[in-house]
Ligand binder design. Structure first.
Ligand SMILES: *[C@@H]1O[C@H](CO)[C@@H](O)[C@H](O)[C@H]1NC(C)=O
Length: 283
């Protein structure tokens, strides 16, 4: 077992000056499945995943990260994407894994995608929040970000926070903090549940379905051989390691939660008849 104190010490000492390099998918990711359906293009500036009747595809980061501010631009499957799911998530190894999820559930042309989010700590999830977006995510690239530091996890879309998961270890809720995570993404068929709960099926006459990725950026601590080294523009503690939502960001978050959130496990009293999870009622 890894000692969390040891890990923290490593993180505190491990700042290195890393010149920010232009995103290159060859350098940062491996296409791991899909037999040619996942492609790195334009000298590493673009990555596409596709899905047809026979298979989807996926990729994963070469690095494992322990905390970071991670941005990726995605352009989701256009047109009739019903039944398709594009996942984009961070996950650690093992049976008590940590995970931070974005999933994009496709829809009929002109009908809204659902952005599904979840946080697992030590193998336990069941913390779903779902949103509509305030733009069409298939027209152009948009930035989906995860800020993960020891105090909080913030999901953002084009710089607007949509969800915050706070470290509430003080009231006994495990927080992802001790296990390095890799970044994964995949495009696959889930027409048994994805669109209107499985009512709308994938239209295979529209295949192949394609999602595109560009401008990956990680201000992060990379985990390697039991040590973490954090990229930073100066030789001090990177700002994102203690970043929190300022007043403006909190107002944006509330705007999204009020107008675009369509499911919140924290208000699903039917699902939790014995009482809502503790983090839902903590202040
Ligand atoms: C698809 O469109 C329907 C009708 O507008 C909507 O109820 C549903 O939430 C949308 N998204 C998904 C993924 O089902």
């Amino acid at each position: 077992m890894r000692s969390s104190v040891g890990l923290l010490v490593q993180i505190l000492v491990g700042f290195v000056l890393v010149a920010s390099s232009t995103a290159n998918f060859y350098q940062d990711f491996d296409v791991t499945w899909g037999d040619g359906r996942g492609k790195i293009l334009n000298n590493g500036q673009l990555l596409t995943l596709s899905l047809d009747k026979f298979s989807g595809s996926g990729f994963q980061s070469k690095n494992e990260y322990i905390f970071g501010k991670i941005d990726m631009q995605l352009k989701l499957v256009p047109g009739n994407s019903a039944g398709t799911v594009t996942t984009y998530y961070l996950r650690s190894q093992g049976s008590t894994w940590d995970e931070i999820d974005f999933e994009f559930l496709g829809n009929l042309s002109g009908e809204p995608y659902i952005v599904h989010t979840n946080v697992f700590s030590q193998g336990k999830g069941n913390r779903e929040q779902q949103f509509y977006l305030w733009f069409d995510p298939t027209n152009d690239f948009h930035t989906y970000s995860v800020l993960w530091n020891p105090q909080r996890i913030i999901f953002s879309v084009d710089g607007t926070p949509i969800r915050e998961f706070k470290n509430l270890e003080s009231i006994g809720i495990p927080f992802p903090k001790n296990q390095p995570m890799r970044i994964y993404s995949s495009l696959w068929n889930a027409d048994d549940w994805a669109t209107r709960g499985g009512l709308v099926k994938t239209d295979w006459s529209k295949a192949p379905f394609t999602a595109s990725y560009r401008n990956f950026k990680a201000d992060a601590c990379v985990w390697s051989s039991g040590k973490s080294s954090c990229s930073s523009s100066s030789q001090s503690r990177p700002a994102w390691l203690s970043q929190e939502l300022d007043t403006t960001s909190q107002q944006r978050l509330q705007w999204v939660q009020k107008n675009y959130m369509i499911y919140n496990y924290c208000t699903d009293t039917k699902r939790f008849p014995q009482g809502l999870p503790k983090e839902c009622t903590a202040h």
